[in-house]
Design a binder for this molecule. Sequence first.
Ligand code: E4P
Length: 223
Amino acid sequence: MRIYIDSANTKQIAHLNEYFPIAGVTTNPSIIVKENRPYLELLKEIRSIIGDQKELFVQTIGSTAEEIVKEAKYIRSQLTGNVIIKIPVIKEGIKAIQLLDSENIQTLATTVYTSFQAYVAAMSGAKYVAPYVNRIDNLTGNGVNVVAEIAKLFSHSELSCEILAASFKNVQQVHDVCLAGAQTVTVAPELIEKFIAFPSTESDVAEFKRQWENGIGSSSLYS
Ligand code: E4P
């Protein structure tokens, strides 16, 4: 599994990038607007935090394939490093994914609610598809099942497109999509912190330390 940070908050990105095995950062218009800053300046700062190798995902807002392609090229001209263009799976988006693929520009098909949307996007040349797990659950669908279906469709067709599962509200959903076949996940900072937070671990560590201090008479390994 590869973990991406689903946020544009530079403080949180810097912190998580220091502590966790982070593969990159995903953004969308809502996430960027929340930071209330000029967006290119913000994206450049994120790039400087994560370096040029890790993937940075930026979403287009155009309504036609031509607008989307133009935006994709503009974003790439403004940012250094590994930039992936997020494109919604509307009809114009599917056309744009094909046009960009023909120019070797990597894309992620986003706002995916059904396995067939993902299938068509992958056949169009998308490098990633992003099923919206929690938003599917909120519609009384089953986000994890959609991920499992996508994984099955991709493996039957030998498509190299990867599933970057998105939209999570709890760690259980993240855990379940990994078992269902998602190679990558994008998760909000608060939830990434919870991946390893567990009360029993905290109390075990405190107890080891207490016993060591009592038995050895020192709070470190140095004599
Ligand atoms: C990421 O690519 C998506 O835009 C994001 O995960 C959506 O998450 P939300 O449903 O919590 O807004």
